[in-house]
Design a protein around this ligand. Sequence first.
Ligand code: G3H
Ligand code: 13P
Ligand code: ZN
Length: 328
Amino acid sequence: MKYHFKDLGLSNTKEMFAKANKEGYSVPAFNFNNLEQLQGIIEACVEMGSPVILQVSTGARSYIGKEMLPWLAKAATAYVEASGSDIPVALHLDHGPNFEEAKDCIEYGFSSVMIDASHHPYDENVKESKEVADFAHKHDVTVEAELGVLAGVEDDVVAEKHIYTQPDEVEDFVKKTGVDSLAIAIGTSHGAHKFKPGDKPQIRLDILKEIEQRIPGFPIVLHGSSSVPKKFVDMINKFGGQIADAIGIPDEQLREASKSAVSKINVDTDGRLAFTAGIREVLATKPGEFDPRKYVGPAKNYMKDYYKEKIVSVFGSEGAYKKGTPRK
Ligand code: G3H
Ligand code: 13P
Ligand code: ZN
């Protein structure tokens, strides 16, 4: 073990999810790739008193660098402490592709990992998920696995259609694998194009209900849950971008899911849109600007302000912990 997550001030997701379930909210899991996105996320969550899962894909981890990443996480927990807040912070591997990557993350300070073997046959998914859970639990690290396949691109696997999670499989799956949370497919999908123009954006809350009845109180995770705010898509297009037919999940449906056993909701695309809109706006309206702080800074603030709104409109996690005072 190079670092244990506790030495970085991080928490696993066990108590986070137990409290979220009991109090009827869900924990935001926000992806990041760089310092300013991390600042936007942590500042928003500190100011709102919301727990947070800092989520990193395999691609993001190699972009940041595996040696630097633990210290960025440590920087985030130091910020929380200095602000006077007590929000728990997890560092989580998003869509872990195999045992080796999950193990390496655990050895480099992650407090939570996902093993995503959902595109494999059921028995293979059980085997891989159990292998990761057995190793992770030796180090007090929590594990998320997935059953069902989201439409669109997921881990380089392209699925034409959703393969919804089958409620009659979930109990057996969590029992056999020993994982701590379960990602399910109920009609959400990754990216900015979740529905076709003319479709009614609707996720299958009926399947979610059935799943909850099979595994009462067990933490459920929703991927692909960006709302794709029109205001950022419009800004991007106004300032030289080209994003057509972008449609996300309506906030009210996610809010409904948050009140149930859904304990973690993943959002990446919305942050990317807010960040890109901010950069495009400055570069388009101030063509002489070349100080990165002057365009990345506003981009960070768009992302931060949006996540603060989302904590109220979707997660319901405001004030679950002590709010902190912003720090310079
Ligand atoms: O679900 C995937 C996340 O949005 C991360 O995407 O692999 O482009 O970093 P990425
Ligand atoms: P979005 O693309 O909807 O933000 O989903 C992100 C996600 O599920 C990361 O795992
Ligand atoms: Zn995902």
